[in-house]
Design a protein around this ligand. Structure first.
Ligand code: HGY
Ligand code: MN
Ligand code: MN
Length: 421
């Protein structure tokens, strides 16, 4: 076996399944919900504790840690060529409000575990290897903008715009980051953005295909595009008992007719379109008051840019045609294009899965990931592993320890491969 091949197999052999699982359970305590899920919102106290725990584990292995101006956390294992751009892997620690134990955090813990396995195997790599924790991947949970940290890191979004993003309580990302820095005393600060030689994200599939097909590894072929809108409807509060129906400006009823009309726009017999109204907020939300304000969000996704454009461009007109005397404001606040992975990273993933004798298949990602931004600045790829019944963004999200370890073994081989390329 040549030198690189033996280094790869030594690294993957040192992946410690028990250590990886134990860390998932440790992290799941930070924001644990009564139903066995996790609520760890971007930059909240539990998210900050998760970062502090990662830094503690990293420092125990002699790895360094640093934070950038949007709060992305980087854990670094030195290479023999310290000036070389690092090979990077990572994901997110934040969750949806009723999230699970694996979405995001698996990609962070797999990166750390792979680095530790490489360290345990005593393997030197030319390039440094870094694990990244991207700030606020879960958009529309606490802060509106998703994949926030990775989009600022790659220049897709402006730092100042994202620092000004506000949660429903009016807190900005900038103020939240003050607590994050306080939770990481003595953490080094790093300027925004630096060259990355390659990026690999490991993630649970969040869909049913790998489990149904009996495959352990998904070699991700691409990520579909998404358009997200916030629709504000302004009517007039009124007395439920006295205001005649024909004089009302009922914001909720207007919102309902807009949503009904939008169903027709996004109807797809082939079931490829993903159209979700995830939020509907009504004010003043009182039984005896005609609602004067309603807000709802649209999350529209599709793999074809032409469909994203054709159907997404109809939203404003359809809402304007169903105002029922109210005022409507349509704000498209996030737009990501479909991407297709190819080249060195997916090839290395496929090679590693084959060498390890793991069943694997190509698979497209319906979920968005930070990898879609890193794709714009570095060779990028993703490794999927199955999750129970494909359930995610749900407190019952579950995955097998052996699958998590298998994905991490593939990652360890890919990191050694690319860090010595
Ligand atoms: O919504 C998504 O696709 C990701 O899970 N945040
Ligand atoms: Mn995720
Ligand atoms: Mn998610």
């Amino acid at each position: 076996m040549n030198d690189l091949a033996s280094m790869k197999s030594k690294a993957s052999a040192r992946v410690d399944e028990a250590r990886l699982w134990r860390r998932h359970m440790e992290m799941a305590k930070l924001g644990a919900t009564p139903k066995g899920g996790v609520r760890r919102m971007a930059l909240d106290a539990n998210d900050n504790k998760a970062r502090a725990l990662l830094v503690e584990w990293a420092r125990a292995r002699g790895f360094s840690a640093a934070l950038d101006p949007i709060g992305n956390l980087f854990i670094r294992r030195a290479g023999t060529d310290s000036a070389a751009a690092p090979v990077m892997s990572g994901s997110h620690t934040d969750t949806q409000p009723s999230g699970g134990k694996f979405d995001g955090i698996y990609g962070v813990l797999a990166a750390l575990e792979a680095m530790e396995a490489i360290e345990d195997a005593g393997i030197a790599t030319r390039r440094p290897i870094e694990a990244a924790v991207w700030t606020c991947e879960e958009g529309g949970a606490r802060f509106p903008t998703g994949t926030m940290g990775s989009s600022v890191f790659t220049g897709a979004r402006k730092l100042d715009d994202m620092l000004a993003d506000r949660d429903d309580a009016g807190a900005t990302v900038a103020t939240a980051l003050e607590d994050t820095r306080a939770a990481l005393p003595g953490i080094a600060m790093r300027p925004m953005g630096f060259p990355v030689a390659a990026f690999i994200e490991t993630h649970i599939e969040q869909g049913p295909i790998l489990e149904r097909e009996g495959k352990t590894i998904g070699v991700v072929t691409g990520i579909q595009g998404a358009r997200r809108f916030r629709i504000e409807v302004e009517g007039e509060d009124a007395h439920a008992g006295t205001m005649p129906m024909k004089l009302r400006r009922d914001a909720l009823k207007a919102a309902v007719s807009m949503i009904h009309a939008l169903e027709a726009v996004f109807d797809d017999p082939a079931d490829v379109v993903r159209f979700t109204i995830g939020r509907l907020v009504v004010k003043p939300d009182a039984t005896a008051v005609v609602p004067g304000h309603a807000m709802f969000t649209i999350d529209f996704r599709h793999p074809d840019p032409a469909v994203l454009k054709h159907r997404g461009d109809q939203v404003a007109g359809v809402c304007a045609a169903h105002t029922r005397g109210c005022k409507v404001t349509v704000n498209e606040y996030s737009k990501t294009k479909p991407i297709l992975f190819s080249g060195a990273v997916p090839e290395a993933i496929e090679r590693a899965a084959g060498r390890l004798g793991l069943s694997h298949m190509p698979i497209h990602s319906g979920a968005g990931h930070d990898a879609m931004h890193l794709f714009e600045v570095a060779p990028t790829g993703m490794i999927f592993v199955p999750c129970w019944r494909g359930i995610s963004h749900n407190e019952t999200e579950d995955a097998k320890s052996s699958d998590l370890a298998a994905g991490t073994r593939v990652l360890a081989e890919v990191l050694v491969d690319l860090a010595n390329a």
